[in-house]
Design a protein around this ligand. Structure first.
Ligand code: GLN
Length: 487
């Protein structure tokens, strides 16, 4: 029946009506995975048996008449930096090549509570550092729209498996754009929640003050459904998590009416460096909003110019501290033939971490070292406050901000992997959102001349998720750009 082409929302209805079983559905998406995974390589681990067992358990509960959550029985992939109890979680690093977490991340636990069927662990850039999914110790992932191109990163696997129809929805994580940029490159929807909306417990930390877990889907409705599963205050495990006004309710409150919605177009996001095709497509989306009755006007966010250095200073500083725990002693990779304890640390970390991760650790250690702390880290924190204030000012004038996601569409594998600075430059449109702790959603808004998807980004004020989803749905309905299955 090609169930793999259906959205999670459609599947959820079919399951509830008992038109299909969770086992049938799981078998269908696993067969699709068998058919295309050789080409896409979006997974690090496919958990076939466990998935079928979970599906069977859900079917039994449904047959017994138990009340089930809307997504019960729907397959989902999970990024490999989210701890899944009993299932290999490598963070795409040699450092964690054998790490089987003894505990469950809160987000993964919520998936289990809601009865979702986990199909596997999705590929990523090592420790979520990268923008192309090429920094994986496992293998690179290929963009299902053009297998010679990158899927984006770091959640490239999570985006690619959804785009290829290997699974309808997935979880990724976003520290500086890692959900949004791959969503854009792969033609799917990806949402980075407000900082604190989703518990980070069990998400292997990259930069704790910026990291957020969020959903991928092939339509806005699916992003809302999955967001509703994972949001929630987690006072026991994550003290930075908060109670949100939209907890568990975004799907029920979807409303595609954008009449009178104030949409700001920040001119700095449409300047030099952004390809003409991307600009044109995002501006055409702005015209669609106008036609739907929204008020669209230009705004200015001049500090965006400084967002990249601020992000790379802050995120690397936190990474250098977070990654100190991987020392070859407690778990994960340990170098052989070592002479003493210092040699153990040095060899394990030198051999266990890939070059991008080592670069970030060095950069982070440098900006935190005495003598440079004031010049770099402290200044970046001060600049972060200015960026937050600038966004707060903008949201007095508008309800959402519409921007491009990345300067270009998906580029060729290997094209940027030897030039870290060029790779970092691709994050210019996404990092400010994390610096300011805001929610943002990406969805397809067109295709370029090479038939590659172009994404647009809607940024909201803190806890503005509902507004983003509603605005996204309005565009999706008007454009018909939804549920694009590639390959
Ligand atoms: N591309 C950015 C980086 O390399 C963002 C990564 C992320 O969001 N995890 O740091």
């Amino acid at each position: 029946m090609e169930l793999y082409r259906k959205t999670a929302a459609e599947l959820s209805k079919m399951l509830a009506a008992k038109e299909i079983s969770a086992v049938e559905l799981t078998q269908d998406v696993l067969a699709r995975t068998d058919a295309v995974e050789d080409k896409v390589q979006g997974y690090i681990t496919v958990t076939k048996e466990a998935a079928l067992a979970q599906a069977q358990a859900i079917d039994a509960k449904r047959a017994a008449g138990e009340a089930l959550a809307p997504l019960a029985g729907v397959p989902v992939a999970v990024k490999d930096n989210i701890c899944t109890q009993g299932t290999l979680t490598t963070c795409a690093s040699k450092m964690l090549y054998n790490f089987v977490p003894p505990y469950q991340a809160t987000a993964a636990d919520k998936l289990a509570q809601a009865g979702l069927v986990v199909t596997g662990k999705a590929n990523m850039d090592e420790f979520a550092m990268g923008s192309s999914c090429e920094n994986s110790a496992a293998h690179p992932t290929h963009n299902p729209h053009d297998l010679e191109r990158v899927p984006g990163g770091s959640s490239g696997g999570s985006a690619a498996v959804v785009a290829a129809g290997e699974v309808p929805i997935s979880l990724g994580s976003d520290t500086g754009g890692s959900i949004r940029q791959p969503a854009s490159f792969c033609g799917v929807v990806g949402l980075k929640p407000t900082y604190g909306a989703v518990s980070r417990y069990g998400l292997i930390a990259f930069a704790s003050s910026l990291d957020q877990i969020g959903p991928f889907g092939r339509c806005v409705e699916d992003a809302a459904l999955l967001l509703d599963v994972i949001t929630g205050h987690d006072p026991k495990h994550d003290s930075t998590s908060v109670k949100t006004p939209f907890e568990g309710t975004t799907h029920a409150n979807l409303n595609a009416d954008v009449k009178g919605l104030r949409i700001g177009l920040p001119k700095e996001y449409f300047g030099a460096g952004i390809s003409d095709e991307v600009k044109k497509s995002v501006l055409a989306a702005a015209d669609t909003y106008k036609a739907l009755g929204a008020e669209v006007f230009e705004i200015s966010l001049p500090l965006v110019e400084y967002a990249l250095p601020i992000y790379y200073i802050l995120s690397s500083a936190e990474a250098s501290s977070n990654l100190a725990r991987f020392d070859g002693v407690k778990y994960g990779f340990r170098a052989e033939g070592i002479e003493d304890i210092v040699d153990l640390y040095v060899q394990s970390r030198s051999q266990g971490f890939g070059s991008e991760v080592q670069r970030r650790i060095m950069l982070g250690t440098y900006v935190l070292s005495s003598g440079y702390y004031d010049a770099y880290y402290k200044k970046a924190r001060a600049a972060q406050r200015r960026i937050k204030a600038e966004f707060a000012g903008a949201f007095e004038k508008c309800d959402v901000i519409l921007t491009p996601v990345a300067p270009t569409t998906a580029y060729k594998l290997g094209e940027k992997s030897t030039d870290p600075l060029e790779m970092y430059a691709g994050d210019i449109c996404t990092v400010s959102v994390n610096i300011a702790g805001l929610p943002a959603m990406v969805q397809p808004c067109g295709f370029d001349s090479a038939k590659l998807p172009i994404g647009m980004q809607l940024i909201g004020p803190r806890f503005g998720e509902q507004t983003l989803l509603n605005a996204g749905l309005a565009f999706e309905n008007a454009s018909g750009l939804k549920n694009i299955v590639a390959l």
